[in-house]
Design a protein around this ligand. Structure first.
Ligand SMILES: CC(C)(COP(=O)(O)OP(=O)(O)OC[C@H]1O[C@@H](n2cnc3c(N)ncnc32)[C@H](O)[C@@H]1OP(=O)(O)O)[C@@H](O)C(=O)NCCC(=O)NCCS
Length: 177
């Protein structure tokens, strides 16, 4: 039986374990650091770190953090990062459920748009697409521009000309982009 809940400081070691085993060496250090820093970061609105557990064993983690959109303070934007599922528990829809759960929470609190920087083959199934993200300029130059995507939640008019977005401090590391 799988359960999803908000992550707390007590989940640090489990989160480290998931990221160090799910990502290859070299990448895992950077993403683990991000997941742990985001857990401690105080933001307004709040960051939403989620844990998936089966039989009290933590098997997945995702964080949604707020994003500021230059010249549009009324837009409530978030970014999904990072996401990982413990090897051995992958391909059982745990990642999907973490994403869907988080998006439902954001929808309920009036979130307008969610960004993600990742594989379109994976995130496309949740409605993420490059078109929705086109006029939002990421804080750093993207190594894989095709990975920059967004999905609109509560109705919202997309920017017609490029605007810059700002992320929380933990995401302000060019190595992540
Ligand atoms: C990517 C990841 C989070 C997916 O979690 P998961 O619980 O295994 O995913 P799900 O079971 O919900 O997958 C749903 C579908 O996506 C597919 N999928 C998984 N990873 C994929 C990928 N990288 N590219 C394309 N499709 C993928 C699965 O095969 C599955 O397809 P199906 O429904 O047709 O069987 C997990 O595999 C993982 O931690 N990978 C290593 C870390 C990583 O790459 N994180 C992504 C950071 S952007």
């Amino acid at each position: 039986m799988m359960n999803i809940r908000i992550a707390t400081d007590l989940d640090r070691d489990d989160i480290k374990r998931i990221y160090s085993s799910a990502f290859p060496k070299g990448e895992s250090e950077i993403v683990t650091k991000l997941a742990i820093e985001l857990l401690a970061e105080k933001t307004t609105p709040s960051t939403i770190p989620l844990i998936a557990e089966t039989n009290n064993f933590v098997v997945g983690h995702v964080t949604f953090s707020p994003v500021g959109i230059e010249s549009n303070e009324s837009c409530q934007a978030y970014i999904l990062a990072p996401l990982a599922v413990q090897p051995g528990y992958q391909k059982r829809r745990i990642g999907s459920k973490l994403i869907e759960y988080g998006m439902q929470q954001l929808l309920a609190i009036g979130g307008n748009i969610v960004f993600v920087y990742g594989d379109p083959k994976y995130y496309g199934r949740f409605g993420f697409n490059a078109g929705a993200a086109r006029n939002y300029t990421a804080p750093y130059k993207l190594q894989y521009p095709f990975g920059w995507q967004a999905v609109v939640l509560n109705e919202y008019i997309l920017e017609k000309a490029p605007v810059a977005i700002n992320c929380v401090a933990s995401l302000c590391d060019p190595k992540l982009w």
